[in-house]
Design a protein around this ligand. Structure first.
Ligand SMILES: C[S@@+](CC[C@H](N)C(=O)[O-])C[C@H]1O[C@@H](n2cnc3c(N)ncnc32)[C@H](O)[C@@H]1O
Length: 199
């Protein structure tokens, strides 16, 4: 079956939301560095005075991102951690205006090293704690593979139970396409001094 994707992709929707939010001098987090495309894009958005913290558990991803940033003369805007994103609240020295997750596996690498539902949920909770008020979290979810379907189910449940006084939670997805196309979950932190809003 042919599908047109006239409404563009989950990654495009995430980028549009982040670009509306981030300003020069802001703090951003790439929770899934991969080949570094998103880290580079975030470095450009936060400018010379901003900072990007990026995470991946694969040394190859960190090396690839490092080389990409060096080639683009953006290396000084990023702090790269070869560590799981579930450790974000321990490793971030400052809170963030935007946090980006692009779940799944490293393009071109074996599918064995994919994000996993347990650590993804831990990291999503950590991300809420790391966001500044009015900050935004975007998660691109790929339910077309088994672990991705588990992540979708768990994250939709998680998002639906965040307190509405503390967070706006938003989902964008195609409803009629075959093969479980990617979807976007986005969370905006609303208030400064309340309980965390964790379920
Ligand atoms: C779809 S790729 C990300 C693509 C990337 N955003 C880019 O622009 O190239 C997902 C990445 O998540 C990484 N990953 C898996 N588990 C992780 C974890 N617990 N913490 C951080 N990264 C993880 C994988 O190693 C993989 O590189």
């Amino acid at each position: 079956m042919n599908v047109n994707n006239d409404f563009r992709s989950a990654r495009h929707w995430a980028h549009a939301l982040i670009e509306e939010t981030l300003e020069i001098g802001d703090i951003a987090v790439d929770a899934t560095m991969g080949n570094g495309h998103d880290t580079e894009w975030l470095c450009r958005l936060v400018g010379e005075t901003g900072r990007v913290y990026a995470f991946d558990i694969q040394p190859a991803a960190v090396a690839q991102t490092e080389a990409r940033l060096q080639g683009a003369q953006l290396r000084n805007r990023a702090i790269l951690h070869c560590a799981g994103h579930e450790r974000m609240n321990e490793l971030l020295p400052e809170s963030a205006n935007a946090i980006v997750f692009n779940l799944g596996w490293l393009p071109g690498a074996p599918h064995g090293v994919t994000t996993r539902v347990e650590t993804t949920l831990q990291a999503a909770n950590a991300a809420l704690q790391c966001l500044k008020p009015r900050g935004i979290l975007t998660i691109c979810i790929y339910p077309g593979h088994e672990e991705g379907a588990r992540e979708r189910d768990a994250l939709l449940h998680w998002g639906a139970h965040l307190r509405p006084e503390a967070f706006d939670v938003f989902v964008k997805q195609y409803l009629n396409q075959p093969h479980d196309p990617p979807l976007l979950l986005a969370v905006r932190k609303l208030m400064e001094k309340t309980s965390t809003g964790l379920p």
